[in-house]
Design a protein. Sequence first.
Length: 201
Amino acid sequence: MDDKQPKPPEPRRITDLGTLKAFGHPLRLKIYGTLRVAGPATASHLAAQVDEAVSLVSYHLRKLAEHGLIEEADAQSGDARERWWQAAQETVSFRHEDFKDTPEGVAAHAALVRRMIAFRKEQYETYLDQQTAWGERWRLAADQSDFLARLNPGELTRLNEEIHALIKTYEEQGKAAEAAGDTEGRENVALHLYSFPFRTP
């Protein structure tokens, strides 16, 4: 990835149904996720990574661009015929509250969340299949835990905010260290957090 192509820092909250449905397509989620992690790429590069035809990937890139989820990037090679794309924002979010007023909105939001959960499950299972190859230090550093707390909605909100702020601190520290040349041993790290209420039967 060209250091001259930093990812835009602003997050985006999806609030319209058209964009939510466009983003929720399984292949578009993969394409967007690849651009977000690996940086600018062409349809050909992405097709190889998601194992789909270039023409199909190009179609879905156009759909993502129509909704402002991706944008054209500066060329990363000398071939002027190549069209490069990048994520238009560093993160996207979507909340039930923005879609609760229509059955279609509720269904689209739930479907997207389920696809994201399935993708994260697949990502973690891939790590489990490959964990021996990662070596002892990464195996000891990796974690999967669950906790049980008795909270009210306000306390859960504050807990999530504090966790997000802590993670953001580590993200910024990692970026700064890497920019200063401290790249030894650094890998992409996925951190999945779920927090929700439940009742026993």
